[in-house]
Write a protein that binds this ligand. Structure first.
Ligand code: NAD
Ligand code: DAU
Length: 356
């Protein structure tokens, strides 16, 4: 599908800012309008190198603001709306579930309704050609796996955390707009991402930052929970492929069969930093087991057969390469880390980890 203009939401955050970079690098004539509320996770420094690129327009605002979203759809008439915007951290959802309903569920419903108003011709009873709504979702909506098996697109939704429940709720509304009104939609459900610009509340950047400062490396419970790690640019590539080639009404799982227990990730980061910085204080002695996350999902694992067979997607970045690229990036962007860990981050860290 020929797509030139995109309204992308939440793209001052981790995955979204990588997506903007990916698209501008790949397509010389693309236009991206980026709507982001700039919560604690949104950071214009992630987009600083694009300040003078006329193909990217940043708008600060909320996906729940109907007047603003309607005005942007009217002004830019995007071919595709891609919704990355969300509260994304499981631990924060345990402390404040209502915020996740507001931003993730209500925000998504507002976006859907605004797109329907702009794209559905009630007289002709038809959708304008060449439009699509893509919801960026997560494997967490499927719940947790035992030691065997994988999530497929037909695995029943069984979220456990307030975060994953809010993402599942959004997904159900996206599909309801397809099933009820015929809206052209796709949903992508990806596994754990890692890479540049990830906020250090998430495991890998938190470990890098703590280890560099010789601080304890908090491991929830026994540390044997398994996540299926994917380099963020491989996720971006998949989203672009689904936007252009995904069949309306379909869900696509995204993951690269890269399952690792958390303790493996922790030890890898320690070993890499120890070697690169030649710092003997960065050692496994920093590992500190702390109380487990409430309702902690034991294992995630994606079966990516559908996106591979239907769209030809595959992950290009092996974990051994991706983790080196990631650590390189954080070592080269100390100022970025210093900015995002000043102020409110310290309060967050205290609340989340003190006396845990
Ligand atoms: P993030 O927390 O880094 O970024 C979220 C962005 O959304 C921020 O820039 C924030 O300011 C913005 N935002 C939040 N609420 C908003 C609102 N109401 N209106 C406008 N902007 C708002 O998140 P991320 O890790 O980049 O995740 C992006 C999306 O991908 C999320 O929907 C998440 O559920 C999904 N996802 C993430 C992962 C992962 O491993 N990080 C994996 C699969 C899916
Ligand atoms: O699976 C996709 C999901 O991956 C996304 O939908 C979420 O937005 C994203 O945040 C991520 O969720 P996780 O909860 O898996 O990611 P997080 O980095 O918070 O934690 C990864 C694992 O590491 C998890 O088992 C919890 C554990 N952990 C995390 C932190 C922050 C620790 O042991 N210690 C920690 O300090």
């Amino acid at each position: 599908m020929e797509m030139k203009t995109f309204l992308v939401t939440g793209c001052a955050g981790f995955i979204g800012s990588n997506f903007v970079h990916y698209m501008l690098e790949k397509y010389p004539d693309v236009r991206l309008v980026n709507l982001d509320k700039l919560t604690y996770a949104g950071n214009l420094e992630n987009l600083a190198d694009l300040e003078n690129d006329p193909r990217h327009t940043f708008v600060q605002g909320d996906i729940g603001d109907a007047a603003l979203v309607a005005a942007l759809l009217d002004q830019y008439d995007p071919d595709c709306v891609i919704n990355f915007a969300a509260e994304s951290h499981v631990d924060r959802s345990i402390s404040d579930p209502g915020l996740f309903v507001k931003n993730n569920v209500e925000g998504t419903v507002n976006l859907l309704q605004c797109c329907k108003n702009a794209w559905y011709d009630a007289d002709a009873k038809a959708w304008r050609a060449g439009k699509k709504f893509l919801q960026v979702s997560t494997d967490e909506v499927y719940g947790a796996l035992g030691p065997e098996g994988f999530f497929t697109e037909t695995t029943p939704l069984c979220p456990h955390s307030p975060y994953s429940a809010s993402k599942a709720g959004s997904d159900l509304f996206v599909m309801a707009f397809h099933d009820t009104y015929g809206m052209p939609v796709n949903i992508t459900r990806c596994s754990n991402n890692y890479g540049p610009y990830q906020f250090p509340e998430k495991l890998i950047p938190l470990l890098i930052n703590n280890a560099k400062h010789h601080k304890a490396l908090p491991v929830y419970g026994d540390g044997l929970q398994v996540r299926d790690w994917l380099y963020v640019m491989d996720h971006c590539k998949a989203i672009d492929m689904v936007a252009r080639g995904g069949k309306p009404g379909e869900v696509y799982n995204i993951g690269g069969h890269n399952e690792r227990p958390n303790l493996f990730i922790v030890k890898t980061v320690i070993a890499q930093l120890h070697e690169r910085l030649g710092d003997d204080a960065i050692s496994e002695d920093l590992i500190t087991h702390v109380a487990d996350r409430l309702g902690h999902d034991r294992r995630y694992g994606i079966d990516p057969t559908k996106i591979k067979n239907d769209l030809g997607w595959y992950p290009e970045t092996p974990f051994e390469k991706g983790i080196v690229l990631t650590i390189d990036w954080y070592l080269a962007h100390e100022e970025w880390m210093a900015h995002v860990t000043s102020g409110d981050y310290q309060k967050y860290y205290e609340q989340m980890y003190k006396n845990r």
